[in-house]
Write a protein that binds this ligand. Sequence first.
Ligand SMILES: Nc1ncnc2c1ncn2[C@@H]1O[C@H](COP(=O)(O)OP(=O)(O)OP(=O)(O)O)[C@@H](O)[C@H]1O
Ligand SMILES: [Mg+2]
Length: 1029
Amino acid sequence: MEVKTSLLDNMIGVGDMVLLEPLSEETFIENLHKRFEHNEIYTYIGSVVISMNPYKSLPIFTADKVEEYRNRNFYELSPHIYALADEAYRSLRDQDKDQCILITGESGAGKTEASKLVMSYVAAVCGKGQEVNKVKEQLLQSNPVLEAFGNAKTVRNDNSSRFGKYMDIEFDFKGDPLGGVISNYLLEKSRVVKQPRGERNFHVFYQLLSGASEDTLKKLKLDRDFSKYNYLSLDSATVNGLDDAANFRTVRNAMQIVGFMEDEVQSVLELVAAVLKLGNIEFKPESRVNGFDESRVKDKNDLKEMCELLGIEQSVLERAFSFRTVEAKMEKVSTTLNVAQAYYARDALAKNIYSRMFSWLVTRINESIKAQTKSRKKVMGVLDIYGFEIFEDNSFEQFIINYCNEKLQQIFIELTLREEQEEYVREGIEWTNIEYFNNAIICDLIENNQNGILAMLDEECLRPGTVTDETFLDKLNTVCAEHQHFESRLSKNSKFLTDHSLPHNCFRIQHYAGKVLYRVEGFVDKNNDLLYRDLSQAMYKANHSLMKLLFPEGNPAKVNLKRPPTAGFQFRASVGTLMKNLLTKNPNYIRCIKPNDKKAAQVFTDSLVCHQVRYLGLMENVRVRRAGYAFRQPYEPCLERYKMLCKQTWPHWKGPAREGVEVLLKDLEVPEDEFSYGRSKIFIRNPRTLFFLEERRRQCLEDLATLIQKIYRGWKCRTHFLLLKKSQVVVAAWYRRYAQQRKYQKIKSSSIVVQSFIRGWKVGLKLMQKYFLGLKNTMPSMSPIDKSWPARPYLFLEGTHQELRKIFHLWRCKKYRSQFTEEKKAIYEEKLEASEIFKGKKALYPSSVGQPFKGDYLEINKNPKYQKLNSVVDEKVLLADVVNKINRANGKGASRIFLLTKKNFVLADQKTGQVKASVPLPDLSSVSVSTQNDGFFALKLKEGTPSAAKGDFLLSSDRLIEIITKLHRTGAASAEREQISVDISDEFLVQFKQDKVCVKFIQAGPKNGNSVTCKRKNNRLLEVSVPSP
Ligand SMILES: Nc1ncnc2c1ncn2[C@@H]1O[C@H](COP(=O)(O)OP(=O)(O)OP(=O)(O)O)[C@@H](O)[C@H]1O
Ligand SMILES: [Mg+2]
């Protein structure tokens, strides 16, 4: 946002003198002083800038400052020369009004510096680009060149401009610089040959001698020592703070940038050297026969060197210093020159060479910087003319210079007043006339065609007969005596007859800026500006192109007998042209003031400033500006600045600005005679009213600042809160989205699982159906020993498949069992019991499985052989078979019939059938068998029973399994008895009568064959070797 500021903000004193209250010379000076002390060197009088020379560098000319002032309104920021430059440049660019910047003030007041600041500001803000930058650089670099040749140290200013300069900078329609034209006004050429005490010749002489290389000096036949040259003032040859050598380099560089060719620079330096040489040429008188003295060159060395330098024939020049040819009506008369005339001729030549060279430099620079286009240009003129000056000894030059300043003052008065008047008319406000000193009368004294001083001088110069400076003064004394600004001792005006401050050979003019005493000596000569034709012809003959060019009148083919116009005439004409030119442009004024005479910073001499303020007419300027109304401002910025002072206009006024201002002033109860409404501006009569408004504004701004702070803080908190809220909504939305997404994904994956389960289940159902139907067709046989079972079609049916197999098998077994008869059932029960007792415990068992348990193998009741036996046994025979009874003595077996009934078992002789032993089953305690594939078994009897008297039985039978099973069953069947236990072990004890013998089963080696053998090993051990399976 653009910050609206005003000149009125942070003001030291008052920034615009128009607002000074009360207005008097003292307050005016005091205000300048106060601002000067605070380094505020610029102050306005309306649109005029007063510039105090600070005599020190201030940090207010930086690139940042340029930016600050760029495109800002004039009264927006504190007073600055940049504000004026910006205003001028913008109205040139935007409103197509040609501008001129008029910089006035006395010598040393800072005009040249100001003109450079304006130029550099414009260069900084106008267009950019390679071509444009080159133009800008050339324009800016023309300054050091012209300053070197046209400026000199004077008692007033170490860098005093000794010529007037007006530079037109030309712009295209966009405001880009195209080029420029420099006009120069009357160089103070007398300085070349003579300088007042404490002053120097033009800078370039010192710069050349200090800064040129040895080689260059040698080429120019120069010596570095200033004291070798008559034309250089010696008492102030070096100036504090001026580095001539460094400046020489700057100038050479600037010349190069401006576009001087190397040989052109060389030629210029040769002319400078020639002038120095010329100054050293001295003359001596030589008596002639006719009694007159004729001048002769004293020491020809300098002459010789100068002629060599310029390519002039030495004799020609030498002659020109001794003779003078006067041509009249086709007749040539040659007269001799005396020594004084020779010196005069020498100095005239030096001055002419130098001043013509200076004019050539300006022309040459113009050639370089001239705009390359013929299209219409907008122009900004910058005028930096030598300031008004009063020396101890004032001559023709000062007269001319002061005349020029007089003219500028005139134009200033005319334009400011005219402008002011025009503004009032434009705004429809009544114009009140005000008193001011108009210096037109002084201008008239000098330039009037009939009886002006310059006209008188010309008249004298052109008059036949003896003409001297005194005759000129006499003329003035008669013609101008009555003029109120002319003073002379011998004038008819007896007022000055006794004025001893006014010498006889002088006249005094009361200039607008003070009285100046002019010594008439030299006026005629300087006005004539005569150079003997012999000299100009000698110069023309020079073998030096630049020199030739500078003296065209020396061309014998173009002898012009007409007198050239006088210097005064020329100057008056050029000033006239300049004034006309300035009048067509929009003027912008910079009024420079010198704070002290010591060139010192921080020193403010009231009397000196007061003098300048007076003659510059600044007080009158303020008065004119305040005539009627002290302050004016367009309605819009006025309303913008003060709108906060009234409720109706704050914060926005909807209607036209003028009405807003009316409402505002009414509301503030400003007395009606304090202001007037113009067409586009409000005019405020008294600065007091303005300051009242300013004060109210300041108070109001404080309140507004608090309000703004309050609103800002509120706004900041609210924005923060809204941001938080918005963020919360966003976060919540995202979270909800995220949660819903997760939930959805969970549901989705669950439903996929359920779906797949259902699908799987459906498929499984089908598969099961298929499986069961398939199984039905591939069922194995009903035989319980059939191990086959169809292959499992699906992995997932593994459990079912096995379960079905088990169920089917059980069912098949049950079916199978249900077919059994009671006997078969008993047989199977026996078989089952055998399995329970022996399966996995005795190696013989598997071979018994397939054998049917017949029980009665001997069929004793049928066999008559066993009749006897049969009679002994009254019970049903459960088992009858032949077994081997093992002899305890040798381990050999003897066949016996073994009978088993429900109650007992009987051993009987196989042949006879004679019962050898009958043992009731309750006496049998246990049966021992081996684990191996043998048929040995021991029937152990209970100790203490009658049967036990003979000891236990060790028997062997192939049907061991059946025998023992049946024994076991029989025992099991009777309720009153314990079951017979079956011990299965490869070592057991058998009770033979008194002894216990251990029966041990061992695996037989291969040599024993396939039969089981039993051997008695010792009294206590029977060893049964059983073939390995
Ligand atoms: N704005 C400034 N800042 C710093 N120094 C300044 C400023 N203006 C002027 N000066 C100093 O004052 C001196 C004289 O200024 P300047 O040459 O501009 O005077 P002038 O008015 O042109 O004088 P003259 O009429 O003799 O040519 C400068 O050399 C410089 O030292
Ligand atoms: Mg100057």
